[in-house]
Design a protein around this ligand. Structure first.
Ligand code: FES
Ligand code: FES
Length: 157
């Protein structure tokens, strides 16, 4: 089946099997391997992408369900010129070790702070509770997201 959607701000059209999930479509067909796959059944959060503004597990969405949507992956959060404020905060607070969970952490945090740039630590912990990290512990991750809030407050209309 042919599916068309916006991917990181650009239109894409791709031929997929009806049973292919969005994470495989992104990685295998569109070669965006920043979206990682851990459990493939909605538990670990490492496949999280943003669809029409909401953080969504790409292993639980069929690629064909993305038809007409705006999809943002971790690659779409980056700038070629410099680290983004969220990336800078992750680096400063040592909020990653192996980095396997990090794409999902970043996309989840980005979706949260875009909507709620004043989210407090409890709200951040709640939003990230579906993203499993087996390396860092969560304190540095929450500290990084708390610090990044200032940049999102500036861009909130
Ligand atoms: S790979 Fe999608 S939630 Fe784990
Ligand atoms: S940094 Fe290794 S799983 Fe999170």
């Amino acid at each position: 089946m042919r599916v068309s959607f916006q991917l990181n701000g650009k239109p894409v059209e791709v031929e997929v099997e009806p049973r292919m999930h969005l994470a495989d479509c992104l990685r295998e067909e569109l070669r965006l391997t920043g979206t990682h796959l851990g459990c493939e059944h909605g538990v670990c959060g490492t496949c999280t992408v943003i669809i029409d503004g909401a953080a969504v597990r790409a292993c639980l969405v069929l690629a064909v369900q993305a038809e007409g949507s705006a999809v943002v992956t971790v690659e779409g959060l980056s700038s070629e010129e410099a680290l983004t404020p969220l990336q800078t905060a992750f680096r400063k607070h040592h909020a990653l070790q192996c980095g396997f969970c990090t794409p999902g952490m970043l996309t989840t945090a980005h979706a949260l702070l875009t909507e709620q740039p004043d989210a407090d630590a409890d709200r951040i912990r709640s939003a990230l509770s579906g993203n499993l990290c087996r390396c860092t512990g969560y304190i540095p991750i929450v500290e990084a997201v708390l610090e990044a809030r200032a940049a999102y407050r500036k861009t909130k209309p």
